[in-house]
Write a protein that binds this ligand. Structure first.
Ligand code: DHB
Ligand code: FE
Length: 284
């Protein structure tokens, strides 16, 4: 059967993608950020998954205000990098896994989560920047990816608790798939940042790190964080962090305390564009 063996959490700042694409990773501003991902790139090579289930948010690229799915699962065979205004990033096409994605859709919908099924979409920096951070600049991404888009852009957005519960359902779905597949689940976006309004530029190191502690050791408490706390403490775009709870909810220790997780890597860095970058790798 398929298994979720690890989860990865990372911010997705678009300027990080531009720094990689334009060969700026060794510049003074960026070098400390990319140093924090050296371990991660090696870890990806040593622990290559068969499939990545990648939770991210679309930034009005594939979905506009015309259509706003709360949770959307990609069931396509491939996804083109989106043109976000400066042309599509020069990164490989993202290959999907239609069979596993369809199975997860079937199982999770039967577990009472309403997913939108997406057979065609372009993927923006929310998905491609985490892949670049973890995999570098390969000719092709190391494995198929199932994109899972969460609406954290237009209110009302789903609660952290609902995201966490959805993660539990995704774990069950993966474990009921017949083929032996090693699946990683990634939660992306965050940490504190606000891109507009009077508080633009807001960063909250103390709150971010306390939330990371909770995510790792007391995820029930992290899941109980109300919306307004994210917005007040981590800024309007800090709400992207609810997506990390989908990945956390899918880890083995949540379903069964007999299976503790281990923290392989933890990293936090400011500044990166307007965002506090957080990054964690957990293994089952
Ligand atoms: C930035 C961060 C984001 O998460 C995003 O979607 C766009 C911009 C930033 O820090 O500039
Ligand atoms: Fe974002």
């Amino acid at each position: 059967m398929a298994r979720i063996t690890a989860s990865v959490y990372t911010s997705h700042v678009p300027a990080i993608g531009a720094a990689i694409d334009l060969g700026k990773t060794q510049e003074d501003y960026w070098q400390p950020l990319f140093k924090g991902y050296e371990y991660s790139k090696q870890w990806m090579k040593d622990n290559k998954p068969d499939v990545i289930f990648l939770v991210y948010n679309d930034h009005a690229t594939a979905f506009s205000l015309d259509l706003i799915p709360t949770f959307a699962i990609g069931t396509a065979a491939e996804y083109q990098p989106a043109d976000e205004g400066w042309g599509p990033r020069p990164v490989p096409v993202v290959k999907g896994h239609p069979q596993l994605a369809s199975h997860i859709a079937q199982s999770v919908i039967q577990q009472d989560f309403d997913l939108t099924i997406v057979n065609k979409m372009a993927v923006d920096h929310g998905l491609t920047v985490p892949l670049s951070l973890m995999c570098g600049q390969p000719e092709a991404w190391p494995c198929p990816v199932i994109p899972f888009a969460v609406n954290v852009v237009q209110y009302p957005v789903p609660s952290g608790q609902r995201c966490y519960n959805l993660g539990k359902a995704i774990r069950k779905a993966v474990e009921s798939y017949d083929e032996d597949l090693n699946v990683h689940i990634w939660g992306t976006g965050g940490m504190s940042h606000q891109l507009q309004g009077a508080r633009a530029g807001l960063i909250n190191r103390e709150w971010d790190n306390a939330w990371l502690d909770k995510l790792i050791t007391d995820p029930d408490a992290a899941a109980a964080t109300p919306h307004i706390d994210y917005v007040r403490e981590a800024g309007s775009e800090g709400i992207e962090l609810v997506m990390w709870l989908i990945a956390r909810g899918a880890m083995a220790d949540i379903a069964d305390k007999q299976h503790p997780i281990s923290v392989k890597h933890r990293f936090y860095h400011v500044p990166a564009s307007n965002t506090a970058v957080g990054h964690v790798i957990l293994e089952n």
